[in-house]
Design a protein around this ligand. Sequence first.
Ligand code: CP
Length: 306
Amino acid sequence: MNRHLLGLEYCSREEIESIIQTGFSFKEVLSRPIPKVPTLRGKTIVNLFFENSTRTRISFELAQKRLSADTVNFSVAGSSVAKGESLRDTIRNIEAMKIDMVVVRHKSPGVPCFLTECTDAVIINAGDGLHEHPTQGLLDIMTLQEKLGSVEGLKVVIVGDILHSRVARSNIYGLQKLGAKVALCGPPTLIPVKAEQWGVEIFYDIGDAIRWGDVLNILRIQLERQSAGLFPSRREYTQRFGVTLEKLRRVDKEITIMHPGPINRGLELEHDLADSEFSVILDQVTNGVALRMAVLYLKSGVPAQE
Ligand code: CP
């Protein structure tokens, strides 16, 4: 088991399975009348978010509280980063206050890895630029296992803005290690040039992708990063790659719809489909808390309870 969680690229199949299995145990804890355990009492965790987040941030905070850890939240706004303090100085000053773990989100790939060289605290990657979002990949796999059983042999299509997606990378590494088949679908401009080196199928037609897959994991079009004009218009993207109930009805099979959020409703995913019986989007969010409890517990070094 790795000491830190930097990305699913660096995790073995056994480590991924162990985290997800522990996630299911914590899901049972969350269903109790008092959904709290003393597992991380005495541990101090800093949430270091240099980028916006709703799901990941709240989910980590809730997971820490459910485990009885002491938590501190850091936001760039209002911190000394705004006065020019370096990342290394920020983390070393925080460490001087005696912390055990750091959950970090940053726009630059590699920041979690860099922090492992600046501090003795355990580092958990909550999303680093275009690199990885390992807890999202793990909670996505947990959600698929919960709904469909094993992911071995399952066909998962990741649809949309693969180019800018850390979620896509973590899903590809995690799913492939557990024996799933992965495909990508989107306009050629939103699929990385060397994507075929990941051992994935590539579709440029959403109909072909739907016929092939059991699961569609639909990514947010990252409108804030589209300044290069990577597709002609939102309307054309929706017509060609937007996932709708009408497109699903053309195939006669059960398809599971996932989305890591936040959703651009009506752009990459039809409004009604997001809330339909095909969708496990809110299950992903629910499982995120249990899965992050598992990561924090397994990385904390706290011995297993008898
Ligand atoms: N899925 C995800 O990372 O969402 P947030 O950006 O809201 O954390």
